[in-house]
Design a protein around this ligand. Sequence first.
Ligand code: DHB
Ligand code: MG
Length: 226
Amino acid sequence: MSQERWSGVDRYVEETLVGADGALLQAAGASAEAGLPPIALTPALGKLLHLIARMSGARSILELGTLGGYSTIWLARALPADGRMVTLELNPSYAEVAAANVQRAGLAGLIKIEVGPAADSMRTLLAAGAGPFDLIFIDADKQGTPEYFQLALALSRPGSVIVTDNVVRGGALIDADSEDPRVQGMRRFHDLLARERVGGQRVTATTVQTVGAKGYDGFTLALVER
Ligand code: DHB
Ligand code: MG
């Protein structure tokens, strides 16, 4: 099986099921135009996040790693009219692109974009008594994932769902002596989850491997139990 076939199937799923419309296509186009790295979710995975948000009845969502707002739009569209979403982005020029995309999608009223290091913004949210969030999507720098997950738990409640992107890394996840700090970040993240009890809360999780237009990777789906 090849990358060509994975991309072909992604296109097929996009055409048959996903229904990415004007605002999403515009967001992807404007992000490419602005020179953002081409690392946004594929449409099929964007729709998966949207479905997870709807299936879990999420009314509040926190995202780490806004990039151009493509995943932000998929997620915010799962919210009820009185829902809210906070999305964290380190790079101010990415955040500007995202703000324009979110505005064009008609979602600016639901979404707050916070610029700065994700861990700092999360501590600020905690101090302000924000949360708990029903759904948290972790898709920022990969080394930071273990810390982000622990902060995410502090911003959660029993029943919250935490999705983490890019955990499999072409299969490198099982290379214990990898020198890639992103791989080691995802291994420490799995070590945390394996303990089940993190920061006084109990979580249960699985990791799903994916192939598609962006190659071979995967995501972790975690449920805060208590
Ligand atoms: C990278 C980041 C992502 O969030 C992703 O989905 C793919 C790649 C990266 O930093 O290379
Ligand atoms: Mg990602």
